[in-house]
Design a protein around this ligand. Structure first.
Ligand code: 4AD
Ligand code: MG
Length: 432
């Protein structure tokens, strides 16, 4: 008997099939057992009637415990009220491994505190909310690759062990690298700039690391970032690309993640409106919005979550803020020729979560970059290779980085990025 997946059951109406999975939940009356079996693609209700199966089978259905692995043979009955549109009338039931009891996580998982659940993440991943979020994450990752591959970008993977800091020296993870000092990468950008000079349009997509000492709902110490980089592109070009990219991700998620977004109780109406154009405002105008909303901030400072929330306000679409102060942004950003206190950069702020994208146009002048490296007290020797890019055929170029977990949190409507990665790493967590 071939095995079928729960999300394919509808195609087998009236037939007898076998499903393999785990017991999610169970309800019994004297004559009937209702077993909810999940297999990663969905949950199916399996109904075992005392008069329909032999005694041993009926007993096994009664004895099976939460999260036992099971093999169920049954007849597919279409039922519009059933989740997934079908249920199974059990004909055979085998317990592959009887799970020990008690299972650490209650069916009503919100009865537990989040710290406990995180400690049990290896099991909590099986829960409906975690599983739905991971499926959405996987599909978003796919749509990201499709977007750039479809536009002729070359995927070009940067190293994870690096000799240089890209995003400031305060969030570096040190690694013993034989006799040398090395760090886990904070961003693949500098390498993507080299790759863009070789291949024109490139992107990387992989894990990046920041020793973030702050404990917030949007910071991880290990997170995934997609980083496109485009030779000859200006800030305007890259803002257009970012806008199109974000719309693509959201619209594809709406198409491919309907069931999961429903399970997550995400109101998808606001997401349907994520289409171009997004509001674009300058840093200086954004500061006025922050002040008008009564949120405090220092002059010429970077924005944190409260300021970003004030800037997005009740906009249902992301807002693009450009032209931040030179002093608060990374060393590699190109200065605005019309105002040297501002750089040609953009942050994309999404409703409810804030910054999901940071990027902009890169400094392409050798002298300026040399001065920036010195002013930021970065070790010149680690950047010699990077400076070469400005010596041999320097061109205007731009790129950005989008954080996957923040994007997943926004689309799923999850409060915290730690629920948007299978095994989160934060200042207090490296287990499991
Ligand atoms: O704004 P960031 O620091 O930009 C860069 O790293 C650039 N080098 C990217 C580039 O231009 N190629 O980070 C980009 C995005 C943020 O907007 C955010 O979505 C995410 O990465 N991010 C984090 N996500 C989770 N936890 C953290 N600690 C994050 N730090 C940044
Ligand atoms: Mg940023």
């Amino acid at each position: 008997m071939p095995f079928v997946y729960v999300n394919e059951l509808k195609q087998h109406a009236g037939k007898t099939v076998t499903v393999r999975g785990w017991l999610f939940n169970k309800r019994s009356s004297g004559k009937l057992h209702f077993l909810q079996v999940r297999d990663g693609t969905g949950v199916v209700q399996c109904v075992a009637g005392k008069k329909d199966v032999d005694e041993k089978t009926f007993e096994a259905c009664g004895a099976v415990t939460q999260e036992s692995s099971v093999i169920v043979e049954g007849t597919v009955r279409l039922d519009e009220r059933a989740p997934g549109g079908a249920e199974l009338g059990v004909t055979k039931f085998e317990i592959h491994q009887l799970a020990g009891q008690p299972y650490p996580i209650a069916i009503q998982e919100h009865e537990h505190g989040v710290d406990f659940l995180m400690e049990q993440r290896h099991l909590w991943l099986r829960g409906p909310k975690a599983a739905a979020t991971m499926r959405v994450r996987g599909r978003i990752a796919q749509s990201i690759r499709d977007f750039f591959n479809g536009k002729g970008f070359t995927l070009c993977d940067p190293p994870i062990l690096t000799p240089a800091a890209c995003e400031g020296t305060t969030t570096l993870f040190n690694v013993d690298y034989f006799e040398e000092k090395a760090y886990l990468t904070q961003s693949g950008q500098l390498y993507m700039e080299a790759a863009a000079m070789a291949l024109g349009k490139v992107y990387s997509f992989g894990p990046t690391f920041r020793a973030e000492k702050s404990k917030t709902r949007r910071h991880l110490t290990e997170f995934w970032m997609v980083e496109p980089e485009v030779a000859w592109a200006t800030l305007d070009d890259i803002m257009n690309l970012a806008e199109e990219f974000v719309c693509h991700i959201v619209q594809r998620a709406l198409e491919t993640c309907k069931e999961d977004l429903k399970a997550l109780e995400r109101d998808t109406k606001p997401l349907e409106k994520i289409l171009p154009p997004f509001t674009r405002i300058s840093y200086d105008d954004a500061c006025k919005k922050v002040k008008a909303a009564g949120v405090e901030m220092k002059d010429e400072d970077d924005f944190g979550t409260p300021q970003e929330m004030a800037i997005v306000g009740d906009s249902e679409k992301p807002v693009m803020v450009h032209g931040y102060p030179t002093a608060v942004k990374a060393f590699y950003m190109k200065r605005n020729p019309a105002n040297e206190k501002r750089v040609l950069c953009v942050d994309v702020l999404a409703p409810g979560i804030g910054e999901i994208i940071g990027g902009g146009q890169r400094a392409d002048d050798l002298k300026y970059l040399e001065d920036q490296i010195a002013a930021n007290k970065l070790p010149r020797s680690a950047f010699e290779w990077y400076l070469d890019l400005r010596k041999y055929g320097s061109v205007p170029h731009s790129g950005f980085g989008l954080g996957l977990e923040r994007t997943v949190a926004w689309i799923c409507g999850n409060e915290h990025v730690r629920e948007c990665i299978p095994f989160p790493r934060t200042i207090y967590r490296i287990y499991p």
